[in-house]
Design a protein around this ligand. Structure first.
Ligand SMILES: [Zn+2]
Length: 95
């Protein structure tokens, strides 16, 4: 009888440790952000600015149109709605 209790205790101990490990793994997996590729080409360390939330609108420095920041072109601290505005703001043919 005593041996059975020891076995039962060992089994319970094993079960508890197994469950805690499983819970740790599952919580780690849920905390990890999904790699859906929202940031194009940028390392995750740079995306600490709260303004870079998906759906945030930025103003084009050339024509004033508001575009989603993920689609805007960032050039020398200015944002542009497209390549044409970027080219107008900084014409490469001038030089
Ligand atoms: Zn523009």
């Amino acid at each position: 009888m005593g041996r059975f209790l020891v076995l039962l205790g060992a089994f319970v101990l094993l079960w508890h440790s197994f469950r805690s490990v499983a819970r740790q793994i599952s919580s780690e997996a849920s905390q990890r952000p999904s790699h859906s590729g929202k940031v194009d080409g940028k390392p995750a360390e740079e995306v600490t600015v709260p303004e870079e939330v998906t759906g945030k609108l930025v103003r084009c420095a050339q024509c004033g149109v508001h575009v989603p920041q993920e689609r805007a072109i960032l050039d020398r601290g200015q944002t542009y709605c497209g390549e044409h505005c970027q080219a107008q703001a900084a014409p490469s043919s001038a030089s």
